[in-house]
Ligand binder design. Structure first.
Ligand code: TRP
Length: 335
């Protein structure tokens, strides 16, 4: 057992829901973290498109598979590499992951699940859709992670309550059934909090005008930035809240800390010209996403390659997932 641990690499698992193409917030908050880990030889990386999770809130069955495939192509476009990582669509392993999520549900109390802030938020958002799948959402996510015995999960800070559940599940499964699940921790990226363009809250697909899409061209980006709120650009102190703070955060993320400092100095001296700031920022953002768009165009020319990669990902990840589910069944007295 000891030897096995020694030679086993740390596993990483990340997932994204197929609720439309990725935007800049997903890219900086999650995809960039995935890339960093993929290129680190210390880690074995697995990435999935969690389409089963999408069924826990209202969705369109007719478009779900196309959306999942879309995110899969986005994964490849940002640089996730099917040779270096296992990249798969969750429903291709539905038999294993839903099975495991049921098994692990026996160690968690109903009250614990009902008290999660993410559950409460969704209850408010969809009062007519407070179903068991929604309550089980974090356990399905725990199953995603535990299935690969992953110890690192590159996700945004909003996912911390879910990781806390995954750790609890791991601990309890280990205690009660003598298993060896690592307790997964979050891998934070510099862009883990990407603000909304509207000056309040975080960038979100569901808030109109708050996000920049990975597919936006320079013009669109500039138009969106022009709508984000500013002030006079000049004062005794750099503001600590409001639209300007968000803009400066974007400057930091795309043009670096030095540029941010430069603008901060301008604010308290000759003043910031937001027209110039936004033009430069739009160019910096576009420079970062342009190669991703070009890669996507290439990939879309070759649908057979995408099919093959989806199949390969499912095959590779199934090997490990099957092993884990077998172990759990044995330890729980089910085989
Ligand atoms: N809950 C995550 C989100 O909304 C998505 C997710 C599901 C996930 N399973 C996962 C993320 C496993 C990381 C690992 O962003």
């Amino acid at each position: 057992m000891f030897l096995k641990k020694e030679i086993m690499k740390n596993r990483v698992l990340a997932g994204m829901r197929p609720t439309g193409r990725l935007h800049l917030g997903n890219y900086l908050g999650a995809a960039k973290g995935m890339l960093t880990l993929q290129d680190n030889p210390e880690f074995d990386t697995t990435f999935c498109v969690v389409d089963i999770h999408a069924t826990t809130t209202p969705y369109d069955p007719k478009t779900l598979q196309a959306s999942a495939r879309d995110v899969f192509i986005d994964y490849l476009s940002v640089g996730l590499d099917p040779e270096k990582s296992s990249i798969f669509i969750q429903s291709d392993l539905a038999d294993l992951v839903t099975q495991l999520s049921f098994y692990v549900s026996s160690v968690m109390s109903v009250a614990r699940m009902q008290h999660l802030p993410t559950f409460k938020d969704k209850k408010k958002q969809y009062p007519n859709n407070v179903n068991m799948a929604l309550l089980n959402y974090p356990l399905l996510m725990a199953a995603d992670i535990l299935m690969f015995k992953a110890s690192k999960v590159p996700v945004g800070i909003d996912q911390e309550p879910h990781l806390e559940v995954a750790r609890e599940v791991a601990r309890k499964m280990n205690e009660q059934f003598g298993l060896d699940f690592p307790e997964p921790t979050r891998f934070a990226t510099v862009g883990e909090y990407v603000p909304s363009l509207l000056g309040e809250g975080k960038m979100s697909k569901t808030v109109e005008g708050s996000s920049i899409e990975l597919s936006d061209n320079l013009d669109t980006i500039l138009k969106k930035l022009k709508r984000s709120p500013t002030d006079s650009g000049h004062g005794d102190k750099v503001p600590t809240e409001g639209g300007v703070v968000n803009l400066l955060k974007f400057v930091e993320l795309f043009e670096g800390e030095e540029s941010r400092k430069h603008y901060e100095k301008l604010y308290t001296s000759s003043g910031i010209r937001y027209g110039d700031l936004k033009q430069q920022l739009a160019e910096a953002i576009f420079a970062e996403i342009k190669p991703i768009q070009e890669k996507r165009v290439e990939l879309e020319k070759n649908p057979e390659y995408i099919d093959k990669m989806i199949e390969l990902g499912a095959k590779k990840s199934r090997i490990i997932a099957e092993q884990t589910v077998m172990e759990v069944k044995k330890s729980m007295g089910l085989s």
